[in-house]
Design a protein around this ligand. Structure first.
Ligand SMILES: Nc1nc2c(ncn2[C@@H]2O[C@H](COP(=O)(O)OP(=O)(O)OP(=O)(O)O)[C@@H](O)[C@H]2O)c(=O)[nH]1
Ligand SMILES: [Mg+2]
Length: 333
């Protein structure tokens, strides 16, 4: 046994202690805020509910009549999740002309945003005038920097065929980014990731499950303070690839004895697992290290973090232990 810890070992232990403290703080009532921007009826509520795993925002066919900011709140594992909805911001309403008053109200009501979503339908062919207005207002009201926390969410992917899906995704992403670039510049705009979802199926037309991708892209864009609360609030449903493989084996075994395969098209449910692929796990690892490690990490520290976080997590148990456990499997790759 070596007498002295290597620098990488020291670093890994310090990092795990830091993570532990962040998860403890998150569990003790930290807030996490999503800002939803998009036309009415595009599927903002449905998508956020599936990610959080709870019906936090009501789903329905509402016609917006007034421009009023709506906050929905719920508590997940101690974390206070706030969803700030912006009805009217991307819609043509009677009381037009009040746009800046609306933003003023929003700035007063919203003190920090951890994740911003611009939600639009994938099966639309163009960026509507109302959506352009929404992008403009958000950029001017919150400063263009807000796009660094943003993702583009394309809903209604189920309306596209397998063949048309990748082309639509590419074209629509380009169009929205072009609009964002007008205010935030090309560099920031081209970094805004796009995720396609469908609230009528757990699979997108390319045959992939979309929830893991949505989770990963939200995570990549989080504010530093948002990382621990976001993980704490979703930890019960996160599945890293190892576990996913075990489930696959169970699934196949189930098929043999006649249990319906879960690969059949199914509507997303709120207790659905957030299954991560190996590539998604790597993105999460990079984001975590680049945001939370305050020094340059030594080679091999990632794997060491994995081996330190596991036992520390197991010893604590509960939500914090669970979150450290997930971190252990994320860093063990
Ligand atoms: N086929 C399909 N239907 C969807 C999808 N997303 C949402 N819907 C349906 O579209 C309707 C509106 O969805 P919501 O999630 O309430 O949309 P929203 O953007 O929150 O709407 P408002 O809050 O009223 O502005 C509901 O009936 C949903 O079931 C989707 O991806 N595919
Ligand atoms: Mg809604």
């Amino acid at each position: 046994m070596p007498q002295f810890e290597s620098e990488a070992e020291k670093q890994a232990k310090q990092f795990v202690e830091k993570l532990k403290q962040k998860f403890i703080d998150a569990e003790n009532g930290q807030q996490f805020t999503f800002l939803l921007v998009g036309k009415t009826g595009v599927g903002k509520s449905s998508t956020i509910n599936t990610l959080i795993g709870k019906e936090i925002a009501p789903v329905g066919d509402y016609e917006p009549t007034t421009m009023e900011i709506q906050n929905y709140q719920c508590n997940m594992n101690g974390v206070e999740i706030i969803v700030t909805d912006t009805p009217g911001l991307c819609d043509e309403l009677e009381e037009a002309g009040n746009d800046y008053k609306y933003l003023e109200m929003m700035r007063k009501k919203v003190n920090k945003i951890d994740s911003m979503w611009f939600v639009t339908r994938l099966d639309d062919t163009r960026v509507s005038t109302d959506e352009k207005k929404g992008i403009k207002l958000i950029s001017e009201g919150f400063k263009a920097k807000i796009w660094e926390q943003a993702i583009i969410v394309f809903t209604f992917a189920d309306n596209l065929s397998r063949e048309k899906y990748p082309i639509a995704l590419e074209k629509r992403t380009e169009l929205i980014r072009k609009e964002i670039a007008k205010y935030a510049g090309v560099a920031i705009a081209n970094n805004v990731p796009a995720v396609a979802v469908t609230n009528s199926n757990i699979f997108t037309p390319d045959g992939n499950k979309w929830l893991g991708e949505l989770f990963t892209q939200v995570y990549r864009r989080l504010s530093e303070e948002g990382i621990a609360p976001f993980l704490m609030s979703t930890v019960d449903r996160i599945k890293t690839p190892e576990k996913e493989i075990v489930e696959k084996i169970k699934e196949v075994a189930g098929e043999i004895v006649g249990v319906p395969s879960s690969s059949l098209p199914t509507k997303p449910s709120y207790d659905q697992d957030i299954e991560l692929t190996r590539q998604q796990v790597e993105l999460i690892q990079n984001k975590t290290l680049s945001t939370l490690a305050n020094t340059l990490v030594y080679a091999g520290t990632g794997a060491l973090i994995g081996s330190v976080a596991g036992p520390v997590g197991a010893a604590i148990g509960g939500g914090v232990g669970g979150a450290l456990g997930i971190m252990a499997s994320i860093f063990s790759w």
